[in-house]
Ligand binder design. Sequence first.
Ligand code: BYC
Length: 334
Amino acid sequence: MYTQAMDIAPKEEQRAVRSLEEVELMRRFDAKIDAGDYIEPKDWMPEHYRKTLVRQISQHAHSEIVGMLPEGNWVTRAPTLKRKTILLAKIQDEAGHGLYLYSAAETLGTSRDELLAALHSGKAKYSSIFNYPTLTWADVGVIGWLVDGAAIMNQVPLTRCSYAPYARAMVRICREESFHQRQGFDALNIMMREGTPEQRAMVQDATNRWWWPSLMMFGPPDSESVHGTQNTRWGIKRISNDDLRQKFIDATAEQAKVLGVTLPDPELKWNAERGHYDFGRIDWTEFWRVVNGDGPCNRERLAARRRAHEAGQWVRDAANAHAAKAAGRTPAAA
Ligand code: BYC
């Protein structure tokens, strides 16, 4: 039986001497993980497991909130009332996803203020995909089809994540993501079937620009994934970055045929022997540049988030004042 938290934990946690009590707690934790049981907030957990979850869940929450920005750009320019209503509902769902996820991260003992401060200072990451611009209405459809499609592929296995509050949040999020993906596909399908040649060209152009960044959403190749092995051992990650990316490519290549768009990869080809699509080289230099803050919209996105946070200060002050007043009231007076 291996001790799951000890092998690649940061140096400060690799203490040689542990109390008997701690060894027993670790043994019980390992046994739970091995049995596929869930860990609840009040259960004992190794510090490295806690930190890893705070990192991943908060990055995920930040991605939902920053992910509202590229689409928000199109609310006032949606082509019909129906599309505008759908887009507003989708963006509102994303705010909700952010809130469930911040709440799940808070159950691990880190406050919402600390999580947001890490985002605003540039210390915390969010998904690379949201650092690309939305240039035309077709981008909104392609975000639904490809970005939400990739998100579902990555997030369905997280409904079985070993940390129960994260797994529970993911169940609801995945249901909504599925609607998001379909509305994107539907918008594109209508443009391709009933649109003008210019509208069809717009869909193809948006597909060309979003295809490679959407493959990068799954993270670096397994050989370079820092957290992959440990996260799999802990039941946080159920399927590796490369395997999820391949599943997404296999599904999307078929959907592209239905839509009548060409995915911008001359090497994309069905390989009957592997039972998968082969695909071309992903530009990992671009991925790391974007992750490290130098993508097309990184500065703009962070500036928008900081502005929104500062502009919302009066709402937080008012809510705190109201809560303090309500707490001071006697039950009879309340
Ligand atoms: N972008 O060791 P690895 C959405 C970082 S929301 C930026 O493989 P791990 C949606 C990674 O954090 C989409 N950074 O990491 C919302 C790590 O850096 P740190 C968000 C990335 O955790 C609104 C380093 O690279 N989804 O879909 O095992 C509208 C090494 O990576 C990225 C989630 O957050 C990236 N793409 O695996 C529409 C899902 N990839 O932290 C749609 C939950 C990697 O050591 N997260 N990095 O400094 C996950 O499943 C995993 O965290 C990842 C990475 C697969 C993303």
